[in-house]
Ligand binder design. Structure first.
Ligand SMILES: [Mn+2]
Length: 323
C-alpha cells in the first residue's frame, strides 16, 4: 500500500494556499461536519480570491443547504483541472462514486481510524470543523486571511455542533468548547444554528422518530436498546432515508442502556447498522462486518434476511462487550 505523508498545520496551510482550482470533497451521506467544513474552506478560499467548488456522491440534505448556499461554491465541472481536498472522509470507500471522477490530493480528517489516501492532516478531535477552525485561527494570526466572517464562523460552529450532538457527546473536549466560544465571538449565532440542525425537522423525520420509539426493544436485561425500520414502513409513512438519521437517538435515550443500535433496511437483503454506546467499544463489532467508526459511535452494513435476522446477528456480539 502506498504511504502518504502527514502534514503539520503550517504545511497544510501552505499547501491549501497554493491551490488555484480547489474542489472540496465531502463524504457519502453528508452530515453537518463534512458540509460545514467544506463550506468553511470555501469561505477561506473566497478571501484568497479563489472560488472553490464542491462535490459529494450524495445530495446535501435540505436541512444543511443553509451552509452551502452563501459560501460562494460552484458545482463540479468536468472540464476543470481541480486539486481535490477531502474533508471528513475517513477512507476511500467514503468517497462513494466520486472516487471514479477524482482522487484527493489533500485529506483533512478527525476519525483517526480510516485509511489515509492522500497527504493528510489528521487529528483525533471532535469534528473536522474543529481542525479547520484551528487552521482558520492560525491563518488569521499569520494574516493569511483578513478576517473570520460570521458566515465562516457559523459554518465551523455548525460542523462542530453537528458531530458533538449539540455538545452532548463525550468527544466535546474543553478545547472544543473553547473553539466554539471563539466562533461565537466571531459572530456565529449558536441558537439559530442549533435550532436549524437539531430542532427543525420535516414531519417525515418526526414520524421516523415516532416509529423508532414504537419499534424499540430491549436486550441484555435492558442494557441494550435497539430499533428497526424496513422499506415497507418507510414507504407507508413517506419516510426518506435522510429522515431516519435521528432514529438512533430514541434508542440512545432509553434509560439504563449502555448500547443502542438501529437497523435500517438499505437493500433487498441489506441492512445498515448504526451503533452507539456509553463506553463499550462498538467499533469492534462494526469491524467484524467490515464497518468502522469510533469507540462510542460506529456503523456497518449487514447481509440478513430481515431486521429480526440482523438483530439476532448483532445482539450476541454486543452482549459480549458488556461482560
Ligand atoms: Mn466528522
Amino acid at each position: 500500500m502506498m504511504e502518504f505523508p502527514a502534514l503539520c498545520r503550517e504545511e497544510l496551510a501552505a499547501e491549501l494556499m497554493k491551490i488555484k482550482d480547489p474542489l472540496i470533497v465531502m463524504h457519502v451521506r453528508p452530515d453537518g461536519d463534512t458540509v460545514g467544513s467544506a463550506a468553511a474552506l470555501c469561505h477561506i478560499y473566497a478571501q484568497f480570491g479563489v472560488r472553490a467548488d464542491l462535490i459529494c456522491a450524495d445530495p446535501i440534505p435540505s436541512r444543511l443547504l443553509f451552509l452551502t448556499e452563501n459560501c460562494g461554491a460552484g458545482k463540479y465541472s468536468e472540464s476543470k483541472q481541480y486539486t481535490p481536498i477531502a474533508v471528513d472522509v475517513a477512507s476511500p470507500s467514503q468517497l462513494g462514486r466520486v472516487a471514479t471522477l477524482i482522487s484527493p490530493k489533500i485529506m483533512i480528517d478527525h476519525h483517526g481510524v480510516g485509511q489515509a489516501f492522500a497527504p493528510h492532516y489528521i487529528k483525533t478531535v471532535s469534528a473536522t470543523g474543529e481542525i479547520i477552525a484551528d487552521l482558520a485561527f492560525f491563518m488569521l494570526e499569520n494574516k493569511y486571511i483578513r478576517e473570520i466572517t460570521p458566515e465562516l464562523a457559523e459554518a465551523l460552529y455548525a460542523a462542530i455542533s453537528s458531530d458533538t450532538g449539540c455538545f452532548k457527546y463525550s468527544n466535546a473536549s474543553p478545547e472544543t468548547y473553547r473553539t466554539a466560544a471563539r466562533l461565537l465571538e466571531f459572530g456565529a449565532d449558536a441558537a439559530k444554528i442549533n435550532h436549524l440542525l437539531f430542532e427543525s425537522k420535516r414531519i417525515e423525520q418526526l414520524r421516523a422518530e415516532a416509529l423508532a420509539v414504537e419499534n424499540m426493544k430491549l436486550g441484555a436485561n435492558g442494557k441494550i436498546s435497539y430499533t428497526t425500520v424496513t422499506f415497507a414502513e418507510m414507504q407507508e409513512k413517506g419516510i426518506e432515508p435522510e429522515d431516519t438519521d435521528t432514529m438512533i437517538e430514541a434508542a440512545r435515550c432509553m434509560e439504563g442502556t449502555d448500547i443502542a443500535f438501529l437497523v435500517r433496511q438499505s437493500g433487498d437483503r441489506e441492512y445498515k447498522i448504526s451503533l452507539r454506546s456509553s463506553g463499550p467499544d462498538v467499533a469492534s463489532v462494526a469491524k467484524i462486518h467490515g464497518g468502522g467508526g469510533h469507540v462510542r459511535a460506529a456503523g456497518c452494513t449487514l447481509t440478513a434476511d430481515s431486521t429480526q435476522d440482523a438483530v439476532e446477528i448483532l445482539l450476541p456480539e454486543l452482549e459480549k462487550l458488556l461482560l
